[in-house]
Design a protein around this ligand. Structure first.
Ligand SMILES: O=C(O)C1=C[C@@H](OP(=O)(O)O)[C@@H](O)[C@H](O)C1
Ligand SMILES: C=C(OP(=O)(O)O)C(=O)O
Length: 406
């Protein structure tokens, strides 16, 4: 297996990181663009494999949409194929075929789409066989498994002849991603209301728009973590805005407690080290992709913390709770399950001279553990796993001269 060796380096030279664009924003505007009659101008699309896969499938329109390991690409294209009356097989990596999609399929079937399972019920691969006529304008959808099902339905809703009233039930997780979807739709001319649990979208066309995708806050989180863990340093992250559509911009508040100050400037954000104020607990329900970053940061800087809202981590690129637990234990840190949906992060008091991190086909496992190099020599297994969201990640690490003598 391919490995990357990161020699220990505790001081970070002042560096500007040219962050990649957000794959979440990119994949939404690509679907909206495909549903819009007329010309949009979309700038700064993500380099992420998830986005490049979406671009390729929309452009080539093959009979089989193989999304690889991209969750949003799978969920958004399934709804897109249904509403545009296409006949498609939806498939992906073996892990993608273990990630549930039944809630979305059922909602689309209720609306009038013909979809059936080609393997295990509730999971890809699927056959989408088009859309006959709209059967209802009111559907109820659970919000506690993945917000991506809701975003997928919302984006096709304006094109339904009767529009849609979508009632969300249960605990709604990743709400910030639903808000991102609606905010983007609004920028492309869509009006909607969201009262309590009911989102209503009348039938209407998307309006052609010029849109520039913001840098990726989830990707930014690893640089915050690096600085939090380092002895000294200063970083500038390009292309981030104070008013962001991305819920992972919450990293600003979290890191203000864990030792990193953010100063918004014209072209991005300047990060500097400040004393650690400490943080007792954090609920990751609406920013699940930050959980690995924050867990590893706390483990390294000696911050004990209670974590909640980790439910969705079990059905992402890997079971992220199990993966986090196994890799934290390699440097004597622990994520202990409390049984009530709560976890306690016990930081390390003894980091070995060298730690080898397994990455579980999960880009965030590789990126989240990079900052461990501020304390010890780290070996990252299968480093190319970062390509899913941040292909230039290791090139950017190299800019800090952290990977020398390769
Ligand atoms: O809509 C999106 O762009 C995403 C939503 C989240 O997934 P869930 O809604 O499944 O939590 C997040 O984890 C994922 O990386 C991207
Ligand atoms: C969970 C993620 O992506 P997706 O669900 O789109 O595969 C992620 O990028 O962390």
């Amino acid at each position: 297996m391919n490995q990357l060796r990161l020699p220990q380096q505790s001081n970070i030279p002042s560096t500007t990181i040219p962050l990649p664009s957000s794959k979440s924003e990119s994949n939404r505007v690509l679907i909206i663009d495909a549903l819009t009659s007329g010309e949009n101008r979309i700038e700064n699309l993500a380099e992420a494999r998830d986005t490049q896969t979406m671009i390729r499938l929309l452009k080539k329109d093959p009979p089989i949409y193989d999304v690889l390991d991209a969750g949003t690409t799978m969920r958004f294209l399934t709804a897109y194929a249904a509403i545009t009356n296409k006949q498609k097989v939806m498939t992906g990596t073996p892990r993608m075929c273990e990630r549930p999609i039944g809630i979305l399929v059922e909602a689309l079937q209720q609306l009038g789409a013909e979809i059936h399972y080609l393997g295990v019920e509730g999971y890809p691969p699927l056959a989408v066989n088009g859309f006959s006529e709209q059967k209802t304008d009111l559907i109820t959808i659970r919000g506690d498994v993945s917000s991506q099902y809701i975003s997928a339905i919302l984006m096709i809703a304006p094109l339904l002849p009767q529009g849609l009233k979508l009632e969300l039930t249960g605990k709604v997780g990743s709400r910030t991603y639903i808000e991102m979807t609606l905010q983007l739709m609004k920028q492309f001319g869509i009006s909607y209301t969201w009262n309590g649990n009911l989102i209503s979208i009348p039938p209407q066309p998307y309006r052609p728009t010029i849109y520039s995708v913001e840098s990726d806050w989830s990707g930014a989180s690893y640089w915050y973590s690096l600085l939090a863990c380092a002895e000294s340093g200063e970083l500038f992250l390009n292309g981030l805005k104070e008013e962001s559509l991305q819920g992972d911009s919450k990293i600003v508040d979290i890191m203000a407690h864990l030792g990193v100050a953010s100063e918004f400037q014209k072209d991005g954000i300047k990060l500097t080290k400040i004393p650690v104020k400490g943080m007792q607990e954090f609920d990751f329900t609406h920013c699940p992709d930050l959980a690995q970053t924050v867990a590893v940061t706390c483990a390294i800087i000696g911050q004990k913390m209670e974590f909640s809202g980790l439910e969705s981590l079990r059905i992402k690129e890997t079971d992220r709770i199990a993966a986090l637990q196994a890799e934290l234990a390699k440097f004597n840190a622990h994520l202990l399950e409390g049984g009530d949906g709560r976890f306690t992060l016990i930081p390390s008091v003894n980091i070995p001279d060298e730690v080898t991190i397994s990455t579980y086909d999960d880009h965030r496992m590789a990126m989240a553990y990079m900052p461990l190099m501020t304390k010890t020599n780290v070996i990252i297994e299968d480093p190319e796993v970062v390509n899913k969201s941040y292909p230039s990640f290791w090139k950017h690490v190299e800019m800090l001269t952290l990977i020398k003598n390769q």
